[in-house]
Design a protein around this ligand. Sequence first.
Ligand SMILES: NC(=O)c1ccc[n+]([C@@H]2O[C@H](COP(=O)([O-])OP(=O)(O)OC[C@H]3O[C@@H](n4cnc5c(N)ncnc54)[C@H](OP(=O)(O)O)[C@@H]3O)[C@@H](O)[C@H]2O)c1
Length: 344
Amino acid sequence: MAVRVGVLGATGAVGQRLIQLLDPHPDFEIAALTASEDSAGKSYRQAAKWRVEGPIPDDVADTTVSATDPDEVPDDVDLLFSSLPSSVGAEVEPAFCEAGYVMSSNSSNARMADDVPLVIPEVNADHLDLLEVQRDERGWDGAMVKNPNCSTITFVPTLAALAEYGLESVHVATLQAVSGAGYDGVSSMEIIDNAIPYIGSEEDKLETESRKLLGEFDGAELSHNGVEVAASCNRIPTIDGHLENVWVETEAELSPEDAAEAMREYPSLELRSSPDQLIHVFDEPDRPQPRLDRTLGDGMAIAAGGLRESSFGLQYNCLAHNTIRGAAGASVLNGELLLENGYL
Ligand SMILES: NC(=O)c1ccc[n+]([C@@H]2O[C@H](COP(=O)([O-])OP(=O)(O)OC[C@H]3O[C@@H](n4cnc5c(N)ncnc54)[C@H](OP(=O)(O)O)[C@@H]3O)[C@@H](O)[C@H]2O)c1
């Protein structure tokens, strides 16, 4: 029987992607949609300005959107996917978990909390066991797992593939698509014919979340990885797909050929939304590119290319679809991991 799920922030950019990925889904059935008070009481068709490819699924279109309040979500919903603005998530997500709901959330609030697992299933699925600590400390029947920021998700799997060489320092420069800021995030007058070398709080997220993801959980506490990470984030006029330039220094000698092999061999998982090949490594020096490569693995794969030696160690480029692999798909994958690990 399918697990009944709800989507919090269902009318937004990530909420729409969540609906696209969840309807249909072999294990999950959408049973609740929430948004702000402005949308509550309207049909989803009326409340959401639908902007993803394809039509709104029929059964979702006529569903009534509720306010984002635990009392408004049916008790037989077991799993919630949250794509709320982080200020709203900080206020309401704990109330849902306290009321017994298990939550797979995209919002940045609480990502760095000591008892909240921040998970990319292919990288650190074992951190999910931190939920036992969380439940003990907070007295929740529910639970909260987070996925990282979309730009963090793009480069961390490539670092995980290289970890056996001993990561010493990482420099990363991003070229991020406008959809990462939500529909109303960047005006066309600002971004067309332009690039903006500032995205508020983004650099800190890449630097801190990557160390948490690559850290070790000993069954009681999580220690963050000591690798130095420095990030520089830029918004550019692409619609979807974050491209990143990465420089990695390792303890052991690492040639571009060995790095390519380690990335190609880095395993995917057998979750429903896992891509067959997690990291695609291009030999062509001008790939990956957002428009050409963001839909690899149905938008769930990471693309890498341009591996070469530099005076700062190994250099390469990587790319992921920011609203699928970097947001909605990441939450769905964490939901599938929660199901596989008996949390639902
Ligand atoms: N876009 C990306 O690529 C991306 C990637 C990773 C993470 N994220 C994170 O995902 C979250 C959502 O981003 P987004 O781009 O989808 O934002 P968005 O398009 O602005 O959507 C926000 C959603 O939250 C709802 N909402 C707003 N204020 C609310 C309130 N006071 N109470 C209840 N619901 C409220 C909105 O409902 P109404 O329609 O009724 O206003 C809408 O459904 C953010 O935390 C963002 O940082 C986004």
